[in-house]
Design a protein around this ligand. Structure first.
Ligand code: TYM
Length: 329
């Protein structure tokens, strides 16, 4: 059984990109591997300055992860800041990655450009070192993520290779796994940008907790093009291609199966919206049930935290031994 790990940040509301690009696969994969899923609150700290926000966002995200179908008795769901080994291994990772490598990360370039004039934390720059720690702590073979995370998994491999070369075989080399459909869900209003919490307007983002009528409206207003032909061409017809991708992912079929069934944009938008509503409606109901039972949520999280802590402590110990730090006296 492969060891699988993937994480998500508790920054704002979970959207359709997170769901189709990541969470669907976490749920479908939970019985095929020994799986670990982290709510990475320390990563969110790179762009969060307001006090008393992250804790709430963390519990809301936990409720969402259980609502989409992660079973805490099968999948290990944990909170990053509850496992202190993440921060400790992150420092070792920072000393194993170079300034040049971190400077080439497109996510840092994008995020720091968007924050121009604002506070840009050093944590935003060293973010990939913490992400490498998340992955390597659990000896992950596979990391299921959307396309946007490809570079972060590659740098994790490079760090692991360098560490193993310097100090001896310690870390498992992970590989990124991308979903067939939904790996890159684009913004409905700006289909050349990925659907993202950091977009300037909400009208192109489908949030998991959006009401059905709101979802319907957002699909109806989705940006397409003026040539009126339904064809899959990401480059020249990004809006239509995105709708086809979303409909394929939401209705568990392929774009090839769909593309000939439509000759107009209106029905394509309607069907994409309906398929997404059918997918999200039951999840929303489960989410609200869980949010009304905080004691149960805390209990479910503690199951995962205990299991995660055990694995993380062993791996960190292995890394300390490999480096040859003086054992605790
Ligand atoms: P985050 O929190 O931004 O996103 C969580 C997951 O959702 C995927 N995703 C998308 N997939 C398709 N289309 C989109 N528009 C879209 N937007 C987001 C992401 O690819 C991701 O799989 N750095 C990570 C969190 C992280 C992590 C890790 C991931 C920290 N440590 C260790 C894997 C392993 C991030 O910011 O994801």
């Amino acid at each position: 059984m492969p060891r699988v790990l993937s994480c998500i940040q508790p920054t704002g509301s979970v959207h359709l990109g997170n769901y189709l690009g990541a969470l669907v696969n976490w749920v479908s994969g939970q019985h095929d591997g020994d799986v670990y899923h982290g709510i990475v609150d320390l990563h969110a700290l790179t762009v969060t300055e307001t006090p008393h926000v992250l804790g709430n966002q963390t519990i809301e995200l936990a409720a969402m992860l259980f609502a989409v179908g992660l079973d805490p008795n099968v999948a290990t769901v944990f909170v990053q800041s509850h496992i202190h080994e993440h921060s400790e291994l992150a420092w070792i990772m920072e000393c194993t990655v170079s300034y040049g490598e971190l400077s080439r990360m497109t996510q840092f370039k994008d995020k720091s450009a968007k924050r121009e004039g604002d506070f840009i934390s050093a944590g935003l720059f060293t973010y990939p070192a913490l992400q490498a720690a998340d992955i390597l702590l659990y000896d992950a073979d596979e990391v299921p993520v959307g396309e946007d995370q490809r570079q972060h998994i590659e740098i994790t491999r490079d760090i692991a290779i360098r560490f193993n070369h310097r100090f001896g075989d310690t870390f498992v080399l992970p590989k990124a796994v991308h979903p067939k459909a939904g790996a890159r869900v684009m913004d409905l209003q700006d289909p050349t940008s990925k659907m993202s919490k950091s977009a300037t307007t909400d009208s192109g983002i489908i949030y998991m907790l959006d009401e059905n009528s709101v979802i319907e409206k957002k699909f109806k207003r989705a940006v397409t093009d003026s040539d009126g032909v339904v064809a899959y061409d990401r480059e020249n017809k990004p809006g239509v291609a995105n709708l086809l991708d979303i409909l394929a992912a939401a209705s568990h079929t392929t774009v090839e199966n769909l593309v000939d069934q439509y000759s107009q944009y209106g029905p394509l938008k309607k069907d994409a919206g309906d398929a997404v509503i059918a997918l999200l409606d039951p999840i929303r109901t489960r989410y609200h049930e869980l949010m009304n039972d905080r004691g149960e949520l805390a209990r479910l999280l503690s199951i995962g935290n205990d299991r995660a802590r055990e694995v993380a402590a062993q791996t960190l110990g292995r890394a300390h031994n490999a480096i040859g730090l003086l054992p605790r006296i």
